[in-house]
Design a protein around this ligand. Structure first.
Ligand code: ADP
Length: 835
């Protein structure tokens, strides 16, 4: 059955070829019916049915089914009605009333009987030999036709398959070429034993420095330079063995960008397999120049780094990885460590120096690796154990710098360490002597203040004295004794008195005054003699005196003289006044007192120098101190050590206070050097007050501070400096008033001026002190202020700043009731503001 189906003949249309054969069979055998019958499982189907209408019958009724049982023999039934096999067959008993049947089986070249060619008659008969032979020949014809048909179909199928396969291979070849052409890698495909350049892309052409015309040429013709080269043997080998080969980072000379360059490539040679056989080689090259150069650069810089470390004058080492392995260390470093190279190189830092585990270094190092941030700390103590275990305390400056790999990640640290133990020791000695100096200086300051107070008292006394003196001369010469005693007391107070007769130019001076100026006794002194001693500022002093005389105001000046007797330079402070014509008789007099203030000036100078030194010298240790405290704080935070955390927080607050103080000192130094510069901008005072409010609320918890009313006002000023002024006033208000009292800050406009005031309910200031508190180093001395620390520079700086803004600053105060400090600035005009 399967054989029959392979012919694909069942149920096909009528075909002339077969019709002709049945016609011939019927004619030769003289029968009305001739059939080509093909037998399948259930039926017999007629490819040709001459003389019969039906196209098929059941298999059970089939004569042919019998005929094919003996495939090589012609079956002949002369009279079916008499044959027991067929007499009941409906084809015999009914239509078409078969009587005679002769069928020759159709057997194909493989021996399968497919059916038969048969002739049928309705009456009994018998074929002669010629007819039999003809029937056999015809059946052979039928079978030939069937075989031909089958072969033809197979051929057709094979052909179709062929077309498909060739289409597919064309497609895949096309795809391969596309891939090759578009690949960013350089690719060349060699095919066949001769290794013909079968496909090559532009990248590979460029790499080989060839033109596209090498395609289709054998390798040795295309690339003659390969002959005798290892690369050629390699290709041959792959062709023979079918084993792929890779070569990494291979340097290749390239003509690129108009010059000869070295590029680096990873080559892969893979066999091109077809049906399990090597048919060619795919050579693929990926450029890795950038990566190789980056790696070489890293290697080179690592090499340079090592050179630098080894040749450095200070201690240097490289420590690698989270394990902190000492990679290299130079001689100065080994000296600090008191170790030899063999004892440290390639070992963990913590193994070589177990004592550092409890010191901050390992954590600091790892932190540099984690964050990639550099770290430098001056003057840290390091306890380093010598090889015998003896601990050496050293002072070191150190810096850690991360070393990065080609991906930019920190993977090692280069540490620079300078041993400053000797420097620190000698500095400590220096500091001790400086402390002593400072103590002496403070003492001097107190003495000086006493002098100032005395001086003022004396000045007041002097006024009384003068009056008394006048009264005495005018009213009673008898009182000369008293005058003499007064003179003596003035003398004792070491105060010079003078009385210039403006008309004659003669000056009466007391003995102390003679001593001050170096005038010998009994010599008449005139005004030129006096001015002759002045070292500078002659004109200024003269003008001031003339002004006081003309306006009846107080003359008050400080100046330097060159004392005649011993050529000593002295600082003097002179006060004076023109006499009242009502009391002084005919001639006009100008009289007053003179004090030697050389000592005070020297002490001021000392203070100034001290401030200069302190402020400059203290800044860097303070910065370092802040650094240490921050380390400590960081460590405490890490260890969750609440106590230390709290202490470090307080320490930072104290350091900030100290920084403010030092900045104040610096400002004083700058003022005296004339180096205070303003950075003026237009801004709204409201903003300034807002900032001061935030700052004050954050730092002052002892007082209630009320900011009201605050009017919007634009000024042209240095915002930072004004903030400093306002905070200073607020801090003073808090400092000089009882805890829990109130402080009122306001900002109000009046005409072209804006006034910022700070009012407190504190101890207040006497009129006498009010006149001086804006002076440098001036502090109110008294029981109430005794325990309040300060330097007397805050208000001085405030005044300097406000003066430079062309503003005004002042105080109103009632002792015991409180003080209102204020400053005023010109308001920026609208047109100015717009510009
Ligand atoms: P310091 O406060 O450091 O002494 P200042 O220059 O700020 O220096 O002040 C000078 C002096 O003015 C202070 O010593 C203090 O006696 C006095 N003073 C300042 N502000 C007030 C105030 N609000 N109430 C009372 N006295 C004050």
């Amino acid at each position: 059955m399967a054989a029959l189906r392979a012919y694909h003949i069942l149920d096909t249309a009528i075909e002339d070829d077969y019709e002709e054969l049945t016609e011939l069979a019927a004619a030769i055998c003289g029968t009305p019916i001739a059939l080509i019958s093909l037998v399948d499982e259930e039926r017999q189907w007629f490819k040709s049915h001459r003389g019969l209408d039906v196209t098929e019958t059941e298999r059970s009724q089939s004569f042919c089914a019998h005929a094919i049982l003996n495939p090589t023999e012609l079956m002949q039934v002369e009279n079916a009605r008499l044959d027991p096999r067929f007499q009941d067959n409906p084809l015999v008993t009914g239509d078409p009333h078969i009587s005679f049947y002769a069928g020759m089986p159709l057997v194909d070249d493989e021996g399968f009987a497919l059916g038969s060619l048969c002739v049928i008659d309705r009456k009994p008969r018998k074929l002669d030999e010629t007819q039999k032979k003809a029937l056999k020949t015809l059946s052979q014809q039928v079978i030939n036709k069937l075989i031909l048909r089958k072969k033809f179909r197979e051929l057709e199928a094979a052909h179709r398959e062929n077309i498909e396969v060739s289409l597919k291979s064309k497609e895949s070849e096309h795809n391969l070429r596309m891939i090759i052409e578009q690949s960013p890698a350089a690719i060349v495909v060699f095919r066949g034993e001769e290794m013909i350049v079968d496909a090559i892309n532009a990248t590979m052409l460029e790499l080989l420095n060839k033109e596209a015309d090498i395609q289709g040429r054998p390798i040795l013709e295309a690339l003659p330079e390969l002959k005798g080269q290892p690369a050629y043997d390699l290709l041959k080998d792959i062709y023979l063995t079918g084993q792929p080969v890779s070569r990494y980072d291979t340097p290749v000379s390239l003509h690129r960008n108009g010059k000869l360059e070295i590029g680096y490539f990873n080559f892969t040679y893979a066999p091109l397999m077809e049906n399990g056989e090597v048919k060619g080689i795919i050579d693929m090259a990926v450029e890795v120049t950038d990566q190789v150069l980056a790696r070489l650069a890293v290697e080179e810089s690592a090499h340079q780094m090592r050179e630098m470390v080894m040749n450095a004058a200070m201690g240097m080492c490289i420590i690698r990885g989270q394990d902190l392995v000492i990679e290299i260390a130079n001689d100065p470093m080994l000296k600090i460590w008191t170790r030899t190279a063999e004892q440290v190189i390639g070992r963990r830092l913590t193994d070589v120096f177990p004592e550092v585990v409890d010191q901050p270094f390992p954590d600091l190092l790892r932190n540099v690796l984690d964050t990639g941030e550099e770290l430098a700390i001056p003057e840290l103590t390091a306890d380093i154990a010598e090889i015998d275990g003896k601990i050496n305390r050293k002072f070191i400056d150190f810096a850690y710098k991360p070393l990065r790999n080609s991906e930019g990640e920190p993977e090692a640290i280069i540490a620079t360490v300078t041993d400053i133990t000797e420097t620190v020791k000698s500095r400590k000695l220096l500091e001790q002597s400086r402390t002593k100096l400072q103590e002496a200086n403070v003492e001097l300051g107190t003495v000086n203040e006493e002098y100032i107070a005395l001086n003022e008292e004396l000045l007041a006394t002097n006024e009384h004295l003068r009056r008394a003196e006048e009264n005495l001369t005018r009213l009673n010469k008898k009182l000369q004794e008293k005058e003499e005693s007064l003179r003596l007391s003035v003398e004792a107070a070491r105060m010079g008195t003078y009385n210039l007769n403006i008309e004659t130019g003669i000056i009466e001076v007391n003995n102390y005054c003679r001593e001050l100026f170096g005038f010998s006794d009994n010599v008449v002194v005139n005004v030129d003699d006096g001015f002759g001693t002045l070292l500078e500022d002659k004109q200024r002093i003269w003008d001031a005196m003339q002004y006081a005389i003309a306006n009846h105001t107080l003359f008050e000046e400080e100046y330097r003289i060159l004392r005649k007797a011993d050529n000593a330079v002295r600082w003097l402070r002179a006060v004076g006044k023109v006499s009242d014509p009502a009391t002084s008789g005919s001639d006009k007099h100008f009289y007053g007192t003179i004090l030697d203030i050389t000592e005070r000036k020297a002490s001021d100078q000392l203070k100034e120098d001290f401030i200069g030194i302190v402020s400059h010298e203290m800044r860097s240790p303070l910065t370092a101190l802040k650094g240490y405290i921050q380390i400590l704080e960081w460590k405490a935070r890490k260890a969750n050590d609440i106590f230390t955390k709290d202490i470090t927080k307080k320490a930072v607050r104290q350091i900030n206070r100290m920084t403010t103080l030092i900045n104040g000192f610096l400002d004083v130094a700058r003022v005296s050097e004339g180096k205070i510069y303003l950075n003026k901008t237009y801004f709204d005072l409201t903003d300034l007050i807002k900032i001061a409010e935030e700052e004050a609320l954050a730092t002052i918890s002892s007082h209630k501070i009320i900011f009201h009313p605050v009017e919007r006002t634009i000024v042209m000023a240095d915002q930072d400096k004004l903030e400093q002024v306002l905070l200073n006033l607020i801090n003073n208000a808090a400092k000089y008033s009882p805890n829990n009292s109130r402080i009122y800050v306001s900002c109000t406009k009046r005409d072209a001026w804006v006034r910022v005031s700070v009012k407190d309910d504190g101890m207040g200031i006497t009129m006498k002190d009010q006149a001086h508190i804006f002076e440098r180093f001036y502090r109110v001395i008294g029981a109430k202020t005794e325990n309040i620390s300060g330097f007397g520079i805050g208000l001085y700086l405030c005044k300097e700043i406000i003066d430079r803004h062309a503003g005004r600053i002042g105080v109103e105060s009632v002792p015991g009731k409180g003080s209102t400090f204020w400053f005023e600035l010109p308001v920026a005009s609208l047109s100015e503001t717009i510009h």
